[in-house]
Design a protein around this ligand. Structure first.
Ligand SMILES: Nc1ncnc2c1ncn2[C@@H]1O[C@H](COP(=O)(O)OP(=O)(O)O)[C@@H](O)[C@H]1O
Ligand SMILES: [Mg+2]
Length: 265
C-alpha cells in the first residue's frame, strides 16, 4: 500500500488537481484509494464530497481524542473505491505547533491503522511547513508539483530539500517519486524554457509526459466528478496521463509515464 505525499512549495500549482486525477485513475481501475486532505482549505474534500463526515484529519491527528482513521474515513461522492479523510480549517494550527516542538510522526501514527487500501494519497497544504513534513514522514514517496514558471526550479529544489531532510531525520524509506510539471502550454516559449531548466537540473525526476493546461480539469472539479468521467477530448487526454502517473506510483518500473531520461525525448 504505497503512501504518496503530493506537495509543492506554494499553493495554486496543482497539488489538489493531481491528487484528484490520481484518485480518479485509481477508481477507474477499481483500486481502493484513500485521499488524506491535510490542506486546511479542504479543496480535495469539497470536490470529493464525502458522505456523512463526522471526524476530520484534524480529529485523527489530535492525540488526546480516541478518533481513529477508521472512524473518520468517509466514502466519497465518487463511489466506494475512493474514501476521504477530510480536511478542515482547524488543520492550520498544526502547521505551527504552539509549543514549537514538532511531532513528526503524528500522521504516520494516524495512518498506521489503515489496511484496506491499494494507494493512499496525501494532499498537502501549500507550504513545506509542519503538516507537509508530517505527511512526508508517513510516506513512501513524494510527488512534487510545479508550474513551468520562473520559480519552478527554486520551488522544486526546496521541495526536494524538504524530502531529503525528512528522509534522513525521520523516514529512511522515503524517496521522491518525481516532479509533475503542471499547466504546460506547449506553444509557450517560456514554458519550454522552464521545462528545459528543470530537465537540466533533475532529468531523472521530471515525469514524462508533463501535464498540459486543460480547462476540463477545472470544469470537472466544479462539477465534483473525476476527470476520467468528464466528456471532452481534453479530459480524455488528461485521464490517460493520470493513468500513467498512477502506474508509475504503483510500480517503480512504471510503464506509460516515467522520467524524461527513459522516454523518447
Ligand atoms: N493542468 C491544469 N489545467 C487547467 N487548470 C488547472 C490545471 N491544474 C490545476 N488547475 C486549476 O488551477 C487551480 C489551482 O489548482 P489546485 O490543484 O487547486 O492547486 P493547489 O492544490 O496546488 O493549490 C484550480 O482551479 C485548478 O482547477
Ligand atoms: Mg490544494
Amino acid at each position: 500500500m504505497p503512501v504518496v505525499s503530493v506537495l509543492s512549495l506554494k499553493g495554486g500549482v496543482g497539488k489538489t488537481s493531481v491528487t484528484l486525477g490520481l484518485a480518479g485513475a485509481a477508481a477507474a481501475q477499481n483500486l481502493r484509494c484513500v485521499v488524506v486532505d491535510l490542506d486546511p482549505q479542504g479543496n480535495a474534500t469539497t470536490v470529493l464530497a464525502p458522505d456523512g463526515v463526522e471526524f476530520t484529519a484534524n480529529d485523527v491527528l489530535t492525540g488526546d481524542r480516541p478518533v481513529t482513521v477508521g472512524d473518520a474515513l468517509a466514502v466519497s461522492g465518487w463511489g466506494e473505491s475512493v474514501r476521504v479523510l477530510a480536511g478542515e480549517p482547524a488543520l492550520e494550527r498544526r502547521n505551527h505547533p504552539p509549543d514549537g516542538i514538532p511531532g513528526r510522526h503524528h500522521v504516520r501514527s494516524a495512518l498506521s491503522g489503515l489496511r484496506d487500501a491499494d494507494i493512499v494519497l496525501i494532499d498537502c497544504p501549500p507550504s513545506l511547513a509542519e503538516l507537509t513534513r508530517n505527511a512526508l514522514a508517513a510516506s513512501d514517496t513524494a510527488l512534487i508539483v510545479t508550474e513551468p514558471t520562473a520559480f519552478a526550479l527554486a520551488g522544486a529544489q526546496q521541495a526536494l530539500g524538504a524530502v531529503d531532510a525528512v528522509r534522513s531525520a525521520h523516514n529512511l524509506r522515503l524517496r521522491p517519486a518525481g516532479i509533475v510539471v503542471n499547466r504546460f502550454r506547449s506553444g509557450t516559449a517560456e514554458h519550454r524554457y522552464r521545462l528545459d531548466e528543470l530537465l537540466a537540473a533533475y532529468r531523472d525526476l521530471v515525469i514524462d509526459p508533463v501535464l498540459p493546461e486543460r480547462s476540463a480539469i477545472t470544469r470537472a472539479q466544479g462539477a465534483g466528478v473525476p476527470i476520467q468521467r468528464w466528456p471532452s477530448p481534453g479530459a480524455r487526454e488528461v485521464g490517460r496521463i493520470f493513468a500513467g502517473y498512477l502506474t508509475l506510483l504503483l510500480s517503480s518500473a512504471g510503464a506509460g509515464a516515467g522520467p524524461f531520461s527513459k522516454g523518447a525525448r
